[in-house]
Ligand binder design. Structure first.
Ligand SMILES: *[C@@H]1O[C@H](CO)[C@@H](O)[C@H](O)[C@H]1NC(C)=O
Ligand SMILES: *[C@@H]1O[C@H](CO)[C@@H](O)[C@H](O)[C@H]1NC(C)=O
Length: 309
């Protein structure tokens, strides 16, 4: 009987794993977000400019991976600047849905804030009334490192080869870069308001810092204000080639909790089916064999199990 119980547990664990995986590989997963401390008055011209700007960004994301907007106002402090940047490999449809999601999350995260920025897996959105368009900014926003690989010179080599390749300049403008060597794959993205040389400079900086902070980790992500670099090792963890934000995502957590809940419900349902099956076979046994105290105990045992959950 304990073997059947083990199988039931395994099935429910599998259910949890299967249900959890899609949530972490989505381009819509939250990576980071931040808001300006200054607030505008709801219903003010500033308010309508923010709405106009964000709507323009969302609309524009249906046909391009990068765009910037300036909403001019007679009063300089109400003039707004904004941009979005989708990861270079996203389709128009995926880019549009990512920017729409980022826009709605910005509204929740930064209510009435004069400025805000949000990075999802697949896209970045920022608005403010101080101009940041075309301004290089190498401030570190976030880094996350996976578990250490220990000493594996092949993987360390592959990582250095891949990051070296991502960091080389061939003189052309490459705001989106992917690379792979051995088990290691990597992706880099500049916000396209940077010039070719600024993008190159930003990525070199990010790659250098990523190597320093994530050392010999199986995966690592490093986000500067205007570019990011990420690498991952195949089969090392659930952290896919495009990477995924696994720790600090409010939405991810909700989705994971939901998946685990569904998994648990499935497990309990399986257990109930299993128990009613057991009870029936127990009752059959009672007819066949003269009822003894041990037999009654054996039939009660599953009920104890369910109480222990
Ligand atoms: C930006 O907007 C806020 C809120 O209206 C205002 O307090 C601030 O002075 C503005 N900043 C600039 C640089 O105009
Ligand atoms: C902003 O957008 C305009 C029009 O699409 C473009 O000409 C300009 O180069 C962009 N500016 C930056 C800094 O990306």
């Amino acid at each position: 009987m304990s073997r059947i119980l083990t199988i039931t547990t395994l099935i429910s664990l599998l259910t949890i794993t299967v249900l959890t995986t899609p949530a972490t590989s989505a381009t819509d997963s939250f990576v980071f977000g931040g808001c300006s401390q200054l607030k505008y008055t709801p219903g003010s011209p500033y308010d309508s400019n923010v709405n106009l700007l964000l709507t323009s960004l969302v609309r524009s994301a249906t046909f391009t991976t990068y765009s910037n907007f300036t909403i001019k106002s007679p009063t300089p402090q109400d003039t707004l600047y904004g941009l979005f940047q989708c990861r270079g490999d996203l389709s128009n449809g995926d880019c549009a849905s990512c920017v729409a999601r980022a826009e709605s999350q910005l509204g929740t995260l930064c209510p009435d804030s004069s400025g805000g920025a949000l990075q999802l897996e697949g896209c970045f959105v920022k608005y403010d009334n101080t101009t940041f368009l075309g301004v290089e900014d190498k401030t570190e926003v976030l880094h996350k490192c996976g578990p250490l690989i220990g000493y594996d010179s092949d993987q360390l080599n592959s990582r250095d080869v891949v990051l070296g390749y991502l960091g080389t300049s061939d003189g052309s403008y490459r705001p989106f870069r992917v690379g792979g060597s051995g088990d290691v794959s990597s992706v880099a993205q500049c916000v396209q308001d940077l010039s070719a040389s600024e993008c190159q400079d930003c990525l070199s900086e990010a790659i250098g810092r990523l190597k320093t902070v994530c050392g010999p980790a199986v995966w690592g992500d490093l986000y500067l204000a205007k570019c990011y670099v990420r690498f991952s090792t195949a089969g090392a963890s659930s952290h896919g080639g495009n990477g995924n934000g696994n720790d600090n995502s409010g939405n991810d957590e909700v989705e994971k909790t939901l998946a685990i809940l569904i998994g648990l419900i499935a497990a309990v349902a399986l257990l109930v089916v299993f128990l009613s099956f057991l009870r029936k076979s127990c009752e059959r046994d009672r007819v066949a064999v003269k009822m003894r105290d041990e037999a009654t105990e054996a039939c009660l045992e599953p009920n104890n199990t369910i109480l222990n959950i």
